[in-house]
Design a binder for this molecule. Structure first.
Ligand SMILES: CC(=O)SCCNC(=O)CCNC(=O)[C@H](O)C(C)(C)COP(=O)(O)OP(=O)(O)OC[C@H]1O[C@@H](n2cnc3c(N)ncnc32)[C@H](O)[C@@H]1OP(=O)(O)O
Ligand SMILES: N[C@@H](CCO)C(=O)O
Length: 402
């Protein structure tokens, strides 16, 4: 398979905030060969990278090859058929310009970097594709906040994609998730090493704050059922490493639990691969996103969309619920755009889109091939037609319910 990776300098970039930077560099990867009509743009999630599949990238850790089971030769997004493009979003820290990058004078931007929005990501991707010689896309596919990014394509460039796929996403975050993101940001900004965002030339970075922020995030990506199944109330094994935070007075008397050990391990891995300021910027972009912004409602926002949409949701996901996807599907239907809302039964929580490729792959593959008529694509509307309540009733999953 032909692959390519690089960084394109898009020159001066005007952000939605009204701020600008002189040079926006965008790091990207491509897989497969472009035939003029087969480009698929993949939008990564909050802490993902351009390395959607593991071929030849230097990105390390969990951001590496994050959809390796979905993208590649013979896989659901088959790189024998499609030319796949994935780009790191502005504000992130995997090669695209963000707070940890240097400005033209050689100074690290830090918190002088402009606030970023999902709209900025979409525009930067359009400009990158222009540079790569890609006009109309076969599809835009994204998961989590990448799914919001894909929806933004349907709104901002309604003629530019034949198909839009939004996986485990919604038109906007709900209040519970906004609250947890706000607490996560506070964990970073109250870490003394954050130092107003200026820590790049210091010995210490705000790793404790970032670790806490990620732990809050990580709980959002699991479900009550998956956490119970994975850990229960078990104590961690004897050789489990204790976390590096100060212990509370009673810690020695009570067990260090498996679930604590897991979160500590995940946090430890995360702080090695992600920048604290980027986390602040990107969560702000996610929190701010509202599909209806600038329009009367969601249906108006997608009224000009010329393509077909697939919304994939997971019953155990309380970060972006099946109910939110159903409301979004109703908006596409109202706008007259062909849409399928395909619900996947899963206990895995939000990260099901990363860890259950066997469930995500078939509807995705068939949708990219035949749109909403694809063989493995089911729609809640069709289920509702099949009898009272249909085969499917949206599951309301929250932090406090299974
Ligand atoms: C586009 C993107 O989304 S980008 C980046 C990828 N996603 C994320 O970072 C989102 C957050 N989710 C995760 O990090 C998840 O770990 C995923 C989605 C990447 C993988 O999920 P799973 O395959 O279910 O793995 P799981 O969450 O169980 O983690 C496994 C790791 O935890 C370790 N672990 C498991 N239980 C424990 C425990 N009790 N104590 C300490 N460590 C533990 C395992 O040893 C394993 O370590 P390794 O990664 O070094 O091999
Ligand atoms: N767990 C994924 C999705 C979050 O929405 C990530 O960290 O990027």
């Amino acid at each position: 398979m032909k692959t390519d990776s690089g960084t394109v300098d898009l020159g001066r970039f005007d952000f939605a905030s009204g701020d600008e930077i002189e040079n926006l560099e965008v790091a990207y990867e491509t897989y497969g060969e472009f035939d003029g009509d087969n480009a698929v743009l993949i939008c990564h999630a909050l802490t993902g990278s351009q390395n959607v599949a593991g071929y030849g990238s230097e990105t390390t850790g969990q951001a590496r090859a994050w959809w390796n089971d979905i993208v590649g030769p013979g896989k659901a997004i088959d790189t024998n058929d499609y030319y796949v493009v994935c780009a790191n979003v502005p504000g992130s820290c995997y090669g695209t310009t963000g707070p940890a990058s240097e400005d033209p004078e050689g100074e690290v931007y830090g918190t002088d970097f402009p606030p970023v929005t999902v709209a900025d990501w979409t525009r930067s991707q359009r400009l990158l594709l222009d540079e790569l010689g890609v006009g109309r896309l076969h599809a835009v596919v994204g998961g989590s906040v990448g799914g919001m990014n894909a929806l933004d394509w349907a709104k901002r460039y309604p003629d530019d994609a034949r198909y839009v796929v939004s996986v485990a996403a919604a038109a906007r975050l709900d209040a519970q998730c906004l609250a947890l993101d706000a607490i996560a940001r506070r964990a970073i900004t109250t870490d003394p090493h954050w130092n107003g965002g200026e820590y790049y030339d210091r010995d210490e970075a705000p790793t404790d704050g970032l670790a806490l922020a990620r732990q809050i995030g990580h709980v959002m990506y699991l479900s009550k059922a998956s956490m119970e199944g994975k850990f229960g109330r078990r104590a961690a094994g004897r050789d489990a490493r204790r976390d590096s935070f100060p212990s509370d007075p009673a810690a020695a008397f009570f067990p260090y639990r498996d679930v604590e050990s897991y979160l500590d391990y995940q946090a430890e891995k995360f702080v090695d691969r992600f920048d604290a300021n980027s986390y602040l910027y990107l969560t702000r972009a996610m929190d701010d996103y509202d599909l209806a912004e600038g329009y009367e409602d969601d249906a108006q926002a997608v009224a000009a969309f010329e393509g077909e949409a697939l919304l994939l949701s997971f019953t155990g996901d309380w970060h972006f619920t099946t109910e939110q996807s159903e409301t979004l599907a109703a908006a596409f239907r109202e706008a007259g755009a062909p849409v399928a809302h395909h619900v996947i039964e899963s206990d895995h929580g939000h990260d099901a889109f990363l860890v259950e490729p066997e469930k995500v792959g078939p509807p995705l593959r068939d949708f990219l091939d035949s749109g909403v008529e694809g063989r493995a694509v089911h729609d809640t509307d069709a289920d509702a037609d099949s009898g009272p309540g249909g085969d499917f009733a949206p599951v309301h999953a929250s932090l406090f319910s299974q």
